[in-house]
Design a protein around this ligand. Sequence first.
Ligand code: NAD
Length: 539
Amino acid sequence: MTNNNLERNIILTGFMGTGKTTVGRLLAERLDRRFVDMDLLLETQFGKPISAVFAEEGEPVFRDAERTLCAQLAQERGLVISTGGGALVDPANRAALGQTGMLLCLTATVDEILRRVETAEDRPLLGERSARRQRIATLLHARRDAYGAIPHQIDTAGRTPEAIINQVLAALAADGEAPGMSVLPVHTPEGQYDICLGDGLLRHAGHLLANRGLRPGPAAIVTNSRVAEHHAKTLAGSLREAGFEPHLCLAPEGEQHKTLATVATLYDQFLAAKLDRNSPIIALGGGVIGDMTGFAAATYLRGAPFVQIPTTLLSMVDASVGGKTGVDLPQGKNLVGAFKQPAAVIIDTAVLGSLPPAEFASGMAEVIKHGIIGAPALFEMLETGLPRPEGPRHKHLVAEAVRVKIAVVEEDPFEQGRRAVLNLGHTFGHAIELVSNFTIRHGEGVALGIIAATHLAAVLGRCDPALVDRVIQVMDRHRLPVELPGYDSGAIIAAMGHDKKRAGKTLRFIIPQALGDVVIIDDPGIAWVQDALGRVLGK
Ligand code: NAD
């Protein structure tokens, strides 16, 4: 951590009841810094409780005073500040405090917040006790974009102040490595690795890897010419700065080259670069490069350290996390592979700037999928968000989607059970891809597959039919196909028979029962499957 970073203010915000004041006070003690509780300061200024300021002078007067205080605090250094719950809803206040400090948002669920504020008297925005739950949900919904724009999100549910403080300190340390970076740890049976997430991280990649125990010296950057043209130079420069000797190892472009033959050409390039068992093998590219490089790293000299630097949205939120690597055979996709956990994953959301719009949309299908599986708030954000968000919102969206993948792979690292939920939409989707002769992209097939799976849930009476409309609208909003006229349902159902993910002879589907509640069902009955598919085909 640099001195400069030590002096930056630490600003804790979040909804009432998330623990900003408790955590802030303890953190200030731990770091020997001055603690500023903005609400307390404002009460002193007004000479009365905030509820009285609201009642007697009105909310706008309070917000004006809050804005002035934010501007004043931004002039100081070395503070730990806990803001009022609504203070950073105003983007001007976020910008002012963010100039000289690190912003962190503490989060909790509606029920957890309700539990914590149940007995509170001075909560002017909450009103009558009986209506509090609804009021909290409405306010959280209204503030979700503002809170979501804060780079560091810290979940407080069920955690002690000590655990939260440790996460704040880890975020602070990470910020010293690369400003604005978030670190998401992933626990695996073999240990733990970090996902470093931020805008512009490629420039810091060398130090990020050296700080995570990767040995400077020869290293491979495996990529293709399209990705190399945009991003290899920045990565190689940053690696050199940290003492690595990067060798560019090129693979041909496209899924058709995700083969053992290409892996063999990578081994040749690794040997020519004199890589040994400790030399990092770095995948710089989308899921094709990541899967193939991971397999090459798992097998070269019986295993070398592997690093993922995903460059497509799909590979950021899905393929780069979880350790599944492999190649295709003429008989089918991903038929040969290995579990190989990365030593680190570096997600630089800025590289998405060069990604073609159709590839971005394809990745959004997986983001939406993760929202349905385990992040209802993410799904709701996508219902109103821009098709191609930028800046902090972008990072937030990737972070939320990755968190879902982390939770699932931590629970089931070797795909023995629960991890199958990540295949939501894939039984229909793969078959649609196959029947289209791969003219329909993977993400497009997944989007159509998720819609079909939601129809299936509805016709089976397992979900509210209104969910189907919400799913269709969100896909449409993010430029994904929502219907597939002109295709034959018989051919698609026949193609499902070839799905590698079939368990024995059963036909397996993942269906949503509600947002955040997906289940695995086997052989639901072909008539229901035909009915659901027919609704997507317009029949
Ligand atoms: P991809 O790797 O083919 O990339 C898509 C296209 O974008 C390619 O042409 C690529 O060269 C180009 N590209 C990549 N990054 C770019 C950038 N920043 N700027 C410009 N162009 C860029 O496709 P994908 O969708 O990333 O990945 C699909 C693959 O991922 C499939 O092989 C699939 O099996 C695999 N996958 C693996 C897992 C897993 O858990 N291992 C999960 C999901 C998917």
